[in-house]
Design a protein. Structure first.
Length: 317
């Protein structure tokens, strides 16, 4: 089995959008990464049921230096020790820097890479393809292509995914689309070529599994791993009503609250995750500015949700 084939085999389950722990002075808290990973593994998320996505948007990779990104990636791989696959986000505005981060991730033993299009200068389809091509050809690891039209201004369609399918090391899609027709068409046409992970939030997760996705993205998994595992298990045995009801009591509560915050002008991702981590008994510090902590009502709402789910922990480390 090649490295990229091994990556594809691990692309399944709950894709944990991991936060990056920090001290109160905004410096990295690298030892706390191990605490977070142990909590996830204790909650049942491991190879086959979970994937730890280090340095995605939830991990504030855009606010970290290259040296810090390397340190977080190295710590995550060491802490997991092969028990929970670690996928490293290596996206960068510079193709050259993305390639260097990809090569570093492979050298430290990461299980795969997550790559999204550059998000400052909007590129053409050719520009974006060449970016993925350069990264794919620089490593032997499997690459997940992440469609992020809300930041890149580029929304992957069937024609573009056809081109990605020519790159042997691109083995996964972290998938959503602004056009629901394209979202469904990709699932129908590429579920065998790629391991597809749904990044489509809301009550239609069961439909995505029926159409062939292998897992789903979760920020909530950071602080409620047992609940997200229960959702996954119900989906895998086709107990779709049970899975949807549990999703609505957990994931949907969180995303509805996040939507309210964004309407109030509080944006981000890592700041929302970190605000909830003490409810699981783990402090991951603040998010770096300009991200701001959410309002107290957000934490109260999530406390009520986690208490009802049996995920609330009282002691904070």
């Amino acid at each position: 089995m090649t490295k990229s084939e091994a990556t594809k085999s691990k692309y399944q389950g709950v894709f944990i959008a991991a936060c990056t722990p920090m001290q109160n002075d905004y410096s990295l808290n690298l030892p706390r990464i191990r605490t977070c990973i142990e909590y996830l593994i204790d909650g049942g998320l491991k190879t086959g049921t979970g994937v730890y996505v280090a340095l995605g948007a939830g991990g504030e990779q855009m606010h970290l230096s290259v040296q810090e990104r390397r340190a977080v990636a190295e710590t995550s791989v060491r802490a997991s020790a092969g028990r929970l696959p670690v996928i490293v986000g290596i996206s960068h505005q510079s193709t050259q820097m993305a390639v260097e981060l990809a090569e570093h991730a492979e050298s430290i033993g990461a299980d795969g890479l997550q790559v999204e299009p550059p998000w400052y200068f909007a590129g053409t389809a050719d520009d974006t393809f060449e970016y993925f091509q350069a990264i794919s050809q620089s490593v032997s690891l499997g690459v997940t292509a992440y469609n992020t039209p809300w930041t890149s201004g580029f929304d992957m369609d069937r024609k573009f995914v056809d081109r990605l399918a020519q790159l042997k090391n691109v083995v996964g899609l972290k998938w959503t689309n602004m056009d629901i027709t394209e979202f469904v068409a990709i699932l129908q046409n590429y579920k065998d070529r790629f391991s597809i992970i749904s990044n489509f939030y809301g009550a239609f997760l069961a439909s995505a599994f029926i159409l062939g996705v292998q897992g789903y993205v979760s920020q909530v998994a950071n602080f409620a791993p047992r609940t997200t595992l229960r959702i996954l298990q119900a989906l895998r045995v086709k107990h779709y009503e049970e899975a949807t009801n549990l999703y609505m009591r957990s994931e949907d509560v969180y995303y509805q609250a996040v939507t309210e915050l964004i309407r109030q002008g509080v944006t981000g991702e890592g700041n929302f995750i970190k605000a909830c981590m003490p409810l699981a008994g783990i402090s991951c510090g603040p998010a770096r500015l300009p991200l701001r902590p959410p309002s107290a009502w957000f934490i109260d709402r999530m406390r009520q949700s986690l208490e009802a789910l049996g995920e609330l922990r009282s002691t904070v480390s």
